[in-house]
Write a protein that binds this ligand. Structure first.
Ligand code: AMP
Length: 285
């Protein structure tokens, strides 16, 4: 496994790879969710490139950029174990020009809802860094987690709109045995918060079984009622939880729908103490 830290080193290492290249961009603090992405990427390509970069432009001024966990040694061990060929660990100055002329702006129809409504500019920053990484790495395919479903939706469109010709591969969310979605931010949770957090997934499953029942009974049920029941369960089971959103939307367009349908997906963002957790689940299908 080659560890490279500059764009020039990456280019040289990349040029030496023959065959198909799979790519997994990450912000480090790697866990079994990232490992799953790497396994899938590796299976679908001849070589695997992983990037580890805590991208400053996707954090808001009051967010956790400076305290975001940085665990380089353990991350490299996991990349090695998963069979990565190249790990790219750039500094921000390797990625961004001092005075960039070009800034990507994602349509607010997608970037202004859900997480985008609570994190202004977040998806512009994500699109910018992934476009630059795509140009540096030049992969044939790239894996992204369904855990960050809105991000996946933005990046699918990025790859298509800018004609990258990169196959975007979605990977299902990896969860703890109690249902909590794995996240680098879970380590911020106190033991009490960690014990309470799986209530988010329980509330989502409750909504899914309500939705299944509704579809089975063929009753046109407004989403608002199902959402309300899920929110109530979270507020009951997680002391002091703050719900940023708990909403059912169309899985492709992310637009709100009035009734539950096959393409309904539930999206949740909940603050447990100071930690913001996100998750989502397909209700139909
Ligand atoms: P991050 O390091 O959090 O920016 O995530 C890097 C990639 O890993 C993104 O494509 C995420 O969607 C994905 N990812 C994060 N957590 C999980 C998870 N629990 N299951 C599957 N993929 C995940």
């Amino acid at each position: 496994m080659q560890i490279v830290r500059t764009a020039a080193e990456l280019r040289a290492a990349r040029a030496a790879l023959a065959g198909r290249v799979g790519f997994v961009p990450t912000m480090g603090a790697l866990h079994a969710g990232h490992a799953r992405l790497m396994e899938v990427a590796k299976k679908k390509a001849d070589h695997l490139i992983v990037s580890i970069f805590v991208n400053p432009t996707q954090f808001g001024p009051n967010e956790d950029f400076t305290k975001y966990p940085r665990t380089e040694e353990a991350d490299l061990a996991l990349c090695e174990a998963t069979g990565a060929d190249i790990v790219f660990l750039p500094k921000a100055t390797e990625i961004y020009r001092a005075e960039p002329l070009i800034r990507l702006a994602v349509d607010p129809k997608i970037a202004g809802v859900l997480c985008g409504a609570h994190r202004p500019g977040h998806f512009d920053g994500v699109a910018q860094v992934v476009a630059i990484l795509f140009n540096l790495v030049r992969p044939h395919s790239a894996c992204f987690g369904e855990k960050d479903y809105q991000q996946l939706a933005v990046l699918r469109r990025l790859a298509d709109d800018l004609h990258f010709g990169i196959d975007i591969i979605p990977v299902p969310t990896v969860r703890e045995p109690d249902g909590l979605a794995l996240s680098s931010r879970n380590r911020y949770l106190s033991p009490e918060e960690r014990a309470a957090a799986p209530a988010i997934y329980r509330a989502m499953l409750q909504c899914k079984s309500r939705a299944d029942q509704i579809r089975f009974d063929r009753i046109a049920q407004p989403v608002a009622k199902v959402e309300e029941e899920g929110r109530a369960l979270i507020l009951k089971e997680i002391p002091g939880a703050q719900i940023d959103y708990f909403e059912i939307r169309h899985t492709d367009t992310l637009e709100p729908t009035q009734f539950i349908m096959n393409k309904s997906r539930l999206f949740a963002a909940v603050r447990v103490g100071t930690t913001r957790l996100i998750d989502n689940l397909l209700l139909g299908g």
